[in-house]
Design a protein around this ligand. Structure first.
Ligand SMILES: NC(=O)c1ccc[n+]([C@@H]2O[C@H](COP(=O)([O-])OP(=O)(O)OC[C@H]3O[C@@H](n4cnc5c(N)ncnc54)[C@H](OP(=O)(O)O)[C@@H]3O)[C@@H](O)[C@H]2O)c1
Length: 260
């Protein structure tokens, strides 16, 4: 008997993860959702079933702790096939590095990088074996340049893009698609979670716009996408300009916009 096929979305309780769950429910996908906020996850289930998901399962897990082990044990015990893994969970934070909470900086690496690598490593072998499946990793426009006053966050997102493109090349011959999604400012819970003032007077997309664009890019098997034309111009311009000049300009921007 074939195993039931699910989309696994990390960080599904808010923001982009919640929207991925909704749009994939509308595509009739079975969903396996994870985050730490149990009540919030549970409150989403009726809407997702009504939107078209045949089944929604929840696993409450902390990806800065033992969350990956909890998830992989559940998937093995339930004998689930994961057709699409969306490594979306993540958080940021701003401020001068020497004054940042060191535990929070390391937890950022655990969630944004370590859990993403561990889940990819755990689920890729079955995809490779089946010669089908996909992994979508959440990077950022910050993936493209260093981010003074948000140094750790930008570095985690640079890792995500580099890692994703490398795996895209490794697995494209196996029918497994790996891609990075690199949004700019998006109107989600992200800023509140990072204790940052929501940026004003900037180009800001909705979660629905980012998710729609990125699922379209997934359908077209693009290796990465920067949603939103102004974000694409910004990334292109920053890649043409001298690297250290970009770092200096980014520092000026981050100091004023990313600190309370
Ligand atoms: N919003 C933006 O402007 C923006 C721009 C570029 C990239 N991104 C990236 O997009 C992704 C989604 O962010 P978002 O904007 O949707 O932010 P969000 O609304 O704050 O959602 C973040 C999600 O990550 C989960 N999460 C955080 N820490 C976790 C942990 N330790 N263990 C398990 N889950 C955890 C949260 O769930 P719980 O709190 O319930 O655990 C939440 O569901 C992130 O990777 C972010 O870096 C966002």
């Amino acid at each position: 008997m074939s195993k039931p096929s699910f989309v696994l979305i990390t960080g599904a309780s808010y923001g982009l993860g919640e929207e991925y769950a909704l749009q994939l429910a509308q595509r009739g996908k079975r969903l396996l959702l994870t985050a730490r906020s149990q009540a919030r996850l549970e409150s989403l289930v009726p809407g997702l079933l009504a939107a078209g998901a045949p089944e929604v399962r929840l696993v409450v897990a902390d990806l800065a702790a033992d969350g990956v082990a909890v998830l992989t044990r559940y998937i093995a015990a339930e004998q689930l096939e994961i057709e699409l893994l969306i490594n979306n969970a993540g958080f940021g934070g701003g401020g001068e590095f020497a004054q940042c909470d060191p535990a929070r900086q390391l937890a950022m690496i655990d969630v944004n990088v370590r859990a993403l690598v561990a889940l990819s490593r755990a689920l890729l072998p079955a995809m490779r074996e089946r010669q089908s499946g996909a992994i979508m990793n959440l990077g950022s426009v910050a993936s493209f340049q260093p981010g003074p006053y948000g140094a750790t966050y930008a570095a985690t997102k640079a890792f995500v893009l580099s890692f994703s493109l490398a795996l895209w090349q490794e697995y494209r011959g196996y029918g497994v698609h790996i891609m990075a999604v690199c949004p700019g400012y998006t109107d989600t819970h992200f800023f509140a979670a990072a204790n940052l003032a929501p940026p004003r007077g900037v180009y800001m997309q909705s979660a629905a716009q980012v998710v729609t664009e990125s699922l379209r890019a997934l359908d077209r098997r693009k290796p990465y996408i920067v949603p939103g034309a102004p974000n694409r111009w910004l990334v292109r311009a920053s890649r043409l300009a001298p690297r250290l000049w970009v770092v200096k300009v980014t520092a000026r921007w981050m100091r004023t916009r990313w600190q309370r």
